[in-house]
Design a protein around this ligand. Structure first.
Ligand SMILES: Cc1cc2nc3c(=O)[nH]c(=O)nc-3n(C[C@H](O)[C@H](O)[C@H](O)COP(=O)(O)OP(=O)(O)OC[C@H]3O[C@@H](n4cnc5c(N)ncnc54)[C@H](O)[C@@H]3O)c2cc1C
Ligand SMILES: NC(=O)c1ccc[n+]([C@@H]2O[C@H](COP(=O)([O-])OP(=O)(O)OC[C@H]3O[C@@H](n4cnc5c(N)ncnc54)[C@H](OP(=O)(O)O)[C@@H]3O)[C@@H](O)[C@H]2O)c1
Length: 510
């Protein structure tokens, strides 16, 4: 396959995936060698790197807004359509204004807007004050970030985890130390991405000044695009008969886990939690001690964490099967086994998130959108098979999430610098087809267990890394037992918090 020769790169999103991409590209020399570990490249291959970030801060979900959240649920008029399970409906692409064709970064089209904040952008983080990581501190970092000793102290009450504030701080330090902000255009949302007749990518963006309701739209040309917009922003609101009517009858009663901020909202309430995942356990441990009653509607067992299957049916929780329908007039929730819960105050949807690319739908197609869908047409979850100048960083699902992000970003730098070549399109397609056969045409396609990450992902991509690129995971893999310690800790803390024997404020370091 012919070698690529890319110079100008656009990056969509400045969360961990976008930051790793900036770091990797800015540490790749013109000759295709890597300077990771030795400082920024002085003869950089990529002469223009621009990351567009819709928020005013880097860090993605680890740039949380603790006191303000996204909408609890889509607006009522959207709920009333009954199509709220379609991400295109709750997270639509915004059309560019007239005059955009001749615009540029220097000469944007300015429009006045009454929508000072567009809630359907879903850009606020789902991280809340009392959240702690479920991945040990050692692994919640890129290989080139310090493994701070203070977090490895077994005497810490939340060892081996980090509080959300500690992880956000770690990422903030990284951004600061490496001067990554200089590559990022903040408050700038990518709305559309197309390719022109000359084969260049044209990015249409909207920069928004939320203080005065002005938007500045412009187009800009790039050789290649990295999509690192994350997949925990757009809430998955499953279609449930009667849900819209319930929210209309009891405004504010339907809440997605993304907008949970404090258990106080559930104090003395009868709460129905939908889901059986990590978010379910994470929130239920805080809700049970304050709620009047906590019921969980479970569709399937948790296949990732066995302890959750026991925890979510323990004392203080009533388990029900999936919801059949809701009768808002009678305030009845009818479950698939015919059982009924009455007088529910809050329905908390811990039902996960969508992969969603409203700005690039011709290229990144999501199979059957839901919390368990997959993205079609990607070689090793990273390179668009249709167009090698389009890549994604952060699509994989793994506990060793930071390592898989790093491996993808490094492979993009290796291929786009011309140091390495991708296999033929046919070979890439064969890999995708085989992987679907091996895993399924759903989210499991993107999932790697801890012991699979090195042999089945990192080692497959490292031949594509820039020359001399340091190894990503080997050193850390000696400490995988910390995951077992972590799982036991998650379980122990769950019961202590849920049973009111512990207050999270007492175990979070000050
Ligand atoms: C509640 C919760 C807890 C989690 N806990 C852990 C944990 O303990 N450990 C762990 O490893 N992982 C955890 N994760 C997974 C987490 O998503 C990853 O740690 C990490 O944030 C992924 O980075 P990312 O860059 O891919 O996505 P994100 O962090 O989501 O960043 C994507 C960025 O893209 C921006 N963006 C999106 N669309 C656009 C656009 N059109 N234009 C411009 N900018 C855009 C967003 O504003 C955001 O800043 C958790 C996720 C959730 C939801
Ligand atoms: N640091 C932390 O502690 C922390 C906290 C929260 C989240 N996270 C991370 O964030 C990511 C997302 O986790 P998540 O728990 O929000 O989402 P998730 O893993 O997608 O789980 C969603 C849950 O909702 C269920 N569900 C979906 N539709 C349903 C319906 N109609 N009826 C009943 N149940 C339904 C799913 O069941 P099915 O299995 O049947 O689809 C699943 O149990 C994960 O990577 C997780 O590790 C981490």
């Amino acid at each position: 396959m012919t070698k690529l020769d890319i110079e100008k790169v656009a990056i969509i999103g400045a969360g961990p995936g976008g930051l790793a991409s900036i770091y990797e590209l800015s540490h790749t020399n013109r000759d295709g060698t890597s300077t990771v570990g030795t400082g920024k490249s002085e003869d950089p291959k990529f002469t223009k790197i621009v990351a567009f970030e819709q928020k005013d801060k880097a860090g993605g979900i680890w740039a949380p807004s603790i006191n303000i959240a996204d909408l609890k649920a889509p607006p009522q008029d959207i709920l009333d359509t009954g199509k709220y399970n379609d991400p295109d409906v709750i997270h639509p692409e915004q059309k560019a204004p007239g005059g955009i064709e001749n615009s540029s970064f220097e000469k944007p089209v300015k429009i006045e807007t009454k929508k000072v904040y567009n809630e359907l952008e879903w850009k606020r983080s789902g991280v809340y004050e009392d959240l702690f990581t479920n991945v040990p501190a050692r692994f919640t970092r890129f290989s080139y970030l310090p493994n701070e000793k203070k977090y490895l102290d077994e005497k810490r009450a939340i060892y081996p985890f980090l509080t959300q504030e500690e992880l956000s701080g770690r990422i903030e330090d990284f951004v600061e130390r490496e001067g990554l902000n200089e590559y990022i255009r903040f408050n700038t949302r990518v709305e559309h991405v197309t390719k022109n007749a000359e084969g260049k990518w044209i990015i249409t963006v909207k920069q928004k000044n939320e203080d005065d309701g002005e938007e500045y739209w412009y187009k800009e040309e790039f050789d290649a695009v990295i999509v690192s917009n994350g997949h925990y922003s757009v809430p998955n609101i499953p279609y449930i008969e009667g849900l819209a009517e319930f929210n209309k009858t009891y405004p504010g009663s339907v809440i997605h886990s993304k907008s949970y901020r404090s258990s106080q909202e559930f104090k003395d309430q009868k709460v129905l939690v939908v889901g059986f995942g990590v978010s379910t356990a994470g929130l239920v441990q805080y809700i049970v001690p304050v709620a009047k009653e906590t019921i969980i509607a479970q569709r399937s067992p948790n296949l990732v964490f066995e302890w959750i299957n026991g925890a979510l049916v323990s004392k203080g929780i009533t388990r029900r099967p999936e919801i059949e329908r809701i009768d808002a007039v009678k305030n009845e929730i009818i479950f698939k086994d015919g059982s009924i819960e009455r007088n529910v105050d809050k329905i908390l949807l811990t039902t996960g998130y969508h992969f969603h690319y409203p700005f690039l739908q011709d290229y990144l197609k999501v199979v059957s959108p839901s919390n368990v869908s997959r993205v079609n047409g990607l070689y090793y979850h990273t390179f668009s098979i249709d167009d090698p100048t389009l890549a994604t960083v952060g699509v994989t699902v793994a506990h060793l999430n930071f390592h898989t992000i790093e491996a993808s970003a490094a492979a993009v730098a290796g291929v786009w610098s011309g140091a390495k070549s991708l296999p033929s399109k046919q070979e890439q397609k064969n890999w995708e087809q085989q992987h679907v056969k091996d895993t399924g045409n759903n989210l499991v396609f993107h999932f790697y267990e801890n012991d699979q990450v090195k042999p089945e992902f990192v080692d497959k991509l490292s031949p594509l890394h820039p020359d001399n690129r340091p190894d990503i995971v080997s050193e850390d893999l000696k400490y995988l037992n910390e995951f077992d310690i972590g799982t036991a800790k998650s379980e122990k803390l769950f019961y202590q918090l849920k049973d009111g024997k512990l207050n999270v404020k007492d175990i979070f370091p000050v």
